[in-house]
Design a protein around this ligand. Structure first.
Ligand code: ZN
Length: 357
């Protein structure tokens, strides 16, 4: 791996390399961008570049010296990754507390032992609770000269303004779906059609698409949800009760996989299983809309289901397809505010079944 393993982040990488080449690396960075766009990968590559014994003239790490290898393996004594425990990054993860003797920042005042720098990577800094965020402030304000912090968060507003003001921000952008699809096809050996579908579900994050390619449970789950979507198109409104039950069953959490990427935050936490199901249904209705508006040759997310999509589209009036897409978006928002939204799935199904006579 090197910086070149990152897709579509040339601006961010150029800024990081320029800082190294000018020997003007800020001691605290905040990498912002949505999940899976490559923030953690960039942070690891950047850490290697800072510690590498034989960096290229261009600023890339060699990826084979002892420092690069140990950072890759997350076994470097001067490189510490901090990820949330459950929903929060808690104070005892940063500073030792009774019962928790291994606060990661307790090493702050020790000079690095094997690398020229001591680096702390805080993944998902948006999960710092007030107590841990406030305790981090002092360290960010006057870090020992050999220390670098790299915080990652989905947006600048996801961290306290006081934290933001102490960090140099680097933005990671969403990557175009086609670029993601090509990368996934190449790295995972899946067909371009399948890679395009994964890209459509990745919200501009190549890392997310690659994790989806690996998550076989999620793929099975998606297949059964698409079966359900086909069934909805063939069912009268009176079947809403049964369909809702199937949706809830289809939304059962997938078992977390062993050895899954530590970066997989949201995928792993199990929250949002119903939300993920709604994403599949939304993608399905955007395919139905594509066929209705652009005809049989329209490019589809679910290319492998083209026949079923054509047949389902013919059962709906165009206006209802638009409405269904809106209904799903509304329900998705409702779900983020209401834990009991599962109960409302029957009303949802009643709305989604065809009204055409
Ligand atoms: Zn190296």
């Amino acid at each position: 791996m090197s910086f070149s393993s990152l897709i579509g982040q040339d601006t961010a990488i150029a800024a990081l390399k320029a800082a190294i080449n000018r020997d003007a690396v800020p001691q605290a960075y905040l990498f912002v961008g949505s999940e899976g766009v490559g923030k953690t990968t960039a942070a690891i590559e950047f850490s290697k570049a800072l510690c590498c014994k034989r960096p290229s003239p261009d600023g890339d790490p060699c990826d084979s010296c002892v420092n690069c290898n140990r950072i890759n393996a997350n076994e470097h004594p001067d490189f510490t990754r901090i990820a949330p425990e459950g929903d929060f990054t808690r104070i005892w993860q940063l500073w030792s507390r009774s019962g928790h003797p291994t606060g990661a920042l307790e090493t702050l005042s020790f000079a690095p032992v094997a690398a020229p720098r001591r680096i702390y990577l805080l993944e998902r800094a948006e999960t710092l609770n007030d107590e841990s965020a406030n305790s981090l402030l002092k360290a960010l304000e006057e870090p020992p000269r050999y220390v670098n912090f790299i915080l990652c968060a989905p947006s600048p507003s996801a961290v306290l303004p006081t934290i933001l003001s102490r960090c140099q921000m680097v933005r990671f952008r969403q990557v175009p779906a086609e670029a993601i699809a090509r990368t996934v096809a190449e790295r995972k050996g899946v067909s371009l059609a399948e890679a395009r579908m994964l890209a459509a579900y990745s919200e501009g994050g190549p890392g997310r698409a690659i994790r989806l390619a690996d998550a076989t449970e999620l793929r099975d789950q998606r297949a059964s949800l698409l079966d359900l979507a086909e069934k909805i198109a063939r069912s009268p409104g009176i079947a809403a009760f049964r369909l809702a039950e199937e949706l809830r069953n289809g939304a059962k959490p997938a078992k977390p996989k062993k050895g899954e990427d530590a970066d997989a935050g949201e995928e792993k936490s199990g929250r949002g299983d119903l939300a993920r199901s709604l994403d599949v249904l939304s993608a399905w209705y955007s395919d139905l809309l594509a066929i209705s508006l652009r005809g049989g040759d329209a490019p589809l997310i679910h290319e492998d289901r083209r026949t079923a999509i054509q047949s389902a589209a013919s059962r709906y009036r165009l206006e209802q397809l638009t409405e269904n897409a809106e209904t799903l978006a509304k329900f998705r928002r409702y779900l983020t505010r209401n834990a009991n939204a599962q109960l409302a799935t029957e009303a949802l199904m009643l709305k989604l079944t065809p009204k055409k006579v």
